[in-house]
Design a protein around this ligand. Structure first.
Ligand code: ZN
Length: 261
């Protein structure tokens, strides 16, 4: 009985501490007129997009050195196109923005969101209604010809694949996704814009990123070096938690619902 009571008190303390932290984060957001938000895979998991790493992650099923490597794509792109046809496209047409995406739209409309940076390639922030997003790893919603740079939508490429595999441009050039694959540099303009935003914000808010992939993981450090506050909301601890002014190890959608909606 005493043990059960002790456990109840611990759980209750945890809940009260959670509310206190959310209140504190709310205050930080209200006081900051220039907020930079960085979203990662944890942000889209409630939209039915699996994370990459860890148990049940996409890469436990599809080896990234085969399916997401640029040199391998150049050698034999059929792996990628099969993955796109069987896994990526069906997942993407089902995926819808979640409560977290709409909470950020509200922040954007309030005028407090200075820049939104994402490591996600799903384009769901734009679908939710934020047009200007810095996509560090590109987007899976568009494709381009490697010879003439002609652009194609995800739906157009999916239709093409049914009668032309691998799909080609009318100029006979090979197509590629607008995502950044392993072995490729990040898009320099996006990276520079993200670094500029990190230097000029007064709150850097990490939402659902495990902060293990560079250079995204450098951005919160740049923000702190330029006197911004740093808050991290992620289900698991991150390597930058020690640097943060506030850390909440919780699911994003629940936190954002209480914070902004
Ligand atoms: Zn072409």
């Amino acid at each position: 009985m005493r043990l059960v009571l002790g456990m109840c008190i611990l759980v209750l303390n945890d809940v009260i501490e959670g509310f206190r932290m959310i209140d504190e984060l709310k205050k930080m957001i209200l006081e900051s007129k220039k907020i930079v938000v960085l979203t990662g895979a944890g942000f889209s998991s409630d939209s039915g997009i699996p994370t990459y790493r860890g148990t049940g992650g996409l890469w436990s099923k599809y080896d990234p050195s085969i399916y997401a490597d640029y040199n391998n794509f150049l050698r034999d792109s059929t792996y990628y196109w099969n993955f796109f046809k069987d896994e990526r496209y069906p997942m993407m047409i089902k995926a819808k923005p979640n409560t977290g995406h709409f909470a950020l739209v509200k922040l954007h409309k309030q005028g407090n969101l200075y820049k939104l940076i994402t490591q996600n390639i799903d384009g769901l922030h734009q679908v939710a209604g934020i047009p200007d997003v810095i996509e560090l790893h590109g987007t899976t919603r568009s494709f381009r010809c490697m010879s003439c740079d002609n652009r194609f939508s995800m739906g157009e490429v999916y239709k093409k694949i049914k009668h032309e595999f691998p799909p080609k441009c009318p100029c006979n050039g090979n197509l590629r996704p607008d995502t950044i694959m392993f072995g490729e540099p990040l898009p320099q303009p996006a990276l520079e814009e993200a670094m500029f935003a990190a230097r000029h914000c007064n709150l850097f808010l990490v939402l659902g990123s495990s902060l293990v992939v560079n250079p995204a993981a450098q951005l919160p450090i740049i923000a702190k070096e330029n006197n911004a506050k740093l808050a991290i909301v992620n289900i698991d601890p991150t390597p930058l938690d020690k640097l943060a002014d506030l850390v909440l190890n919780k699911k994003i959608t629940g936190v954002l619902k209480q914070l902004i909606l």
